[in-house]
Structure formats: C-alpha cells, structure tokens
Design a protein around this ligand. Structure first.
Ligand SMILES: [Zn+2]
Length: 136
C-alpha cells in the first residue's frame, strides 16, 4: 500500500507549478503555431531589446541596495545595544548625562555635597563623601 501524504502548502505549490508550466507550454505552442505572434515577438524585441538586460540590472541593483540596507541595520544593532553595560553607565555618569532607556534623567550628583554618586542598585545611589543614600 502506498500512502501519499501531501500538505496543503505543498499541494498549492504543485498546483501553481502545474499552472505555470501549462501556461508556458501554451505560450510556446501559440508562438510555434501563430505567425502573427512570432511577428509581434520579433518586432517587440527589435524595439525593446534593452528590456531584458535592464530588468536584470534593476533586479541586481534593488537586491544589492536591500542587502546593504540589511547589513547597515544589523551593524547599527550591534553598535547600539538596547541595554547599557556597566561600563557605559559609568561613562554616562561621569559625563553627567545618564538617561535611562525610558528617557528619564537620572540624578548623578549629590544635592548636598555635589560629588558624583555611585549606583548601588537599579534606582539607588550612594554618595561617597557624605555617605547618604538616594532613591530616584
Ligand atoms: Zn554627598
């Protein structure tokens, strides 16, 4: 017993391929048997000989552009990770412009002694000079 199992997608693909093959054969048959179609195709290519190479060139250019755009996007993702590393947070603290991912400015200097604060938790800060703790 032969069990033939075809998934729906595969069946659609096969049907499409059969239709394309049928239409292709039909066009070839028509071309072989129809003098007017031969004349038409001959005159079409005589005038529009540049269409095929132009189409190929356009495909190559579009493909190349989308390929490089994709590469650029990937490169950007590598250069700008969503999460800040500890080193980046320290640099941002030193530059006094630490902004969280939500865009909130984080307190970076002690309001009492104006010395830089140390991050001890996700939203807690410690002043080394006056030993005060601050919460954002
Ligand atoms: Zn302080």
């Amino acid at each position: 017993m032969e069990t033939l199992q075809l998934s729906k997608g595969r069946l659609v693909m096969l049907t499409e391929a059969a239709v394309i093959l049928f239409l292709g054969f039909w066009m070839l048959e028509e071309y072989a048997n129809n003098v007017y179609l031969q004349d038409y195709v001959a005159s079409f290519w005589a005038v529009n000989w540049w269409v095929a190479p132009a189409a190929v060139a356009a495909l190559v250019i579009v493909g190349g552009i989308s390929y490089y755009l994709g590469l650029g996007r990937n490169g950007m993702d590598e250069a700008m990770p969503e999460r800040k590393t500890a080193g980046e947070v320290r640099v941002a603290l030193a530059q006094k412009e630490l902004v969280t991912n939500s865009g909130v400015m984080v307190m970076d200097v002690c309001p009492f002694c104006n010395s830089s604060l140390r991050m001890v938790g996700e939203d807690r800060f410690h002043c080394r000079k006056c030993k005060r703790y601050f919460k954002r």
